[in-house]
Write a protein that binds this ligand. Structure first.
Ligand SMILES: [Mg+2]
Length: 314
C-alpha cells in the first residue's frame, strides 16, 4: 500500500510533471508523443520556447493556490485572486484567454468571472481544472462534500460557468478517493450523484467506462472532454507513465490533459512511480514573484505541508 503522504506528493509532483511533459506537444497531432518516443519511454524534451522540464501556467497557478492555502491557513478567495492577478500582470509565457481577461480587466475578485460569463456565455474551459491538484490534496481530509464545495469556489474565481466548477468538484472527489486508498473509478457514481443535477448527465457521459476521447463533442480545452480524457487515460493503462503517454497522445491541449491525468495517476500510483529523470528536470518558474523557480524538493515540501496541515501531524 502507498502511504497517504506519498500519494499526496505523487499527485502534486505528478500533475506538474504531466504539465511539463505534455507542454511541447500542445496543439500537436494525435500520436505525436509515441512518434517521438516509439519505445514509450518519453523524456522531458522541451520546445516551443520552454526548457526541458519547464512547467506551464497549469502548475504555476496550482503552486499559487497551494501557497495561499498554507499561508492563509485555509480558503481565502481574495488572497488567491490577488496572487493570480499578480502572476498574470507579469505576463507569463502561457495564460488562457479567459483567465487573462478575468484577471486583467480590473473588476473586483467576486464579480469579474461572473461578468465574463454573462457576456460570453461560454466559459467552461479547463483552466480551473488544470490547477486543482493542491487544493484537492489540502481539502481531502475535510471530507468529500467540503472538498467539492471548495473546488467550486476556487474555480469560480476565473470561471463563471458553473459547468467548470462541477468538473473541478468531480476532480476533487476522485482525488479524495485516491488519497484514502480507494480506487477513484469506484468513487465515480457517488461523485456524480453529488453534482448539480443540471450538469450530471453531461459528466456521466464522458466518465462512462465505454467512453473514448474520440467521442468528445468539444476540443479537449473544454472541461468535459479534458476530465473525461484524464479518467480514460487512468482507466485504460496500468502505470503513471503509461497514463501520461495515453493522455499526451490524444493531442490538443496536451499539457493540461496531462496535468489532470498526472494528478490522478500520481495519487493512485504514488510519488515513486514518477520517473526520476522527469523529476530531476522538473521546474516551475513563478512570474511576478521575484524570479522564483521551484524545483522538485519544493514541490514535495508543498505537498507534504498540504496533506499534513489538513490532517494534523504526520
Ligand atoms: Mg498550460
Amino acid at each position: 500500500m502507498v502511504e497517504s503522504v506519498q500519494r499526496a506528493v505523487g499527485a502534486v509532483v505528478g500533475s506538474a510533471a504531466g504539465d511539463a511533459l505534455g507542454a511541447p506537444f500542445e496543439f500537436g497531432a494525435p500520436g505525436a508523443y509515441t512518434d517521438r518516443f516509439p519505445d514509450g519511454r518519453g523524456t522531458m524534451c522541451g520546445g516551443g520556447g520552454r526548457d526541458p522540464g519547464e512547467a506551464t501556467d497549469d502548475t504555476q497557478m496550482a503552486v499559487l493556490t497551494a501557497e495561499s492555502l498554507l499561508e492563509r491557513g485555509g480558503l481565502d478567495l481574495p488572497d488567491v485572486f490577488r496572487r493570480f492577478r499578480r502572476w498574470a500582470a507579469a505576463e507569463p509565457k502561457d495564460i488562457g484567454l479567459q483567465t487573462e481577461d478575468v484577471l486583467g480587466n480590473g473588476e473586483p475578485w467576486d464579480r469579474t468571472a461572473v461578468r465574463h460569463f454573462q457576456v460570453n456565455r461560454r466559459a467552461a474551459g479547463n483552466g480551473s481544472l488544470m490547477r486543482a491538484t493542491p487544493a484537492a490534496v489540502y481539502f481531502a481530509a475535510a471530507g468529500r462534500a467540503v472538498s467539492m464545495d471548495a473546488a467550486r469556489r476556487l474555480s469560480a474565481l476565473t470561471h463563471g460557468d458553473p459547468a467548470a466548477g462541477e468538473g473541478v468538484a468531480l476532480f476533487h472527489a476522485l482525488l479524495h478517493a485516491a488519497l484514502q486508498d480507494d480506487d477513484p473509478l469506484d468513487a465515480l457514481p457517488d461523485a456524480l450523484s453529488r453534482l448539480h443535477p443540471a450538469h450530471r448527465a453531461r459528466y456521466a457521459a464522458v466518465l462512462a467506462p465505454g467512453w473514448h476521447p474520440d467521442q468528445a463533442t468539444e476540443f479537449n480545452g473544454a472541461v468535459w472532454p479534458c476530465l473525461g480524457s484524464a479518467v480514460w487515460a487512468l482507466r485504460t493503462t496500468g502505470s503513471y507513465e503509461d497514463a501520461l503517454r495515453a493522455a499526451i497522445d490524444l493531442g490538443g491541449d496536451t499539457d493540461t490533459v496531462a496535468a489532470v491525468t498526472g494528478g490522478l495517476a500520481g495519487a493512485v500510483y504514488g510519488a515513486d512511480a514518477i520517473p526520476e529523470p522527469w523529476v530531476q528536470k522538473l521546474h516551475v518558474p513563478l512570474p511576478g514573484f521575484g524570479g522564483r523557480v521551484l524545483r522538485v524538493d519544493e514541490l514535495r515540501t508543498l505537498a507534504e505541508e498540504l496533506v499534513c496541515t489538513a490532517v494534523g501531524p504526520c
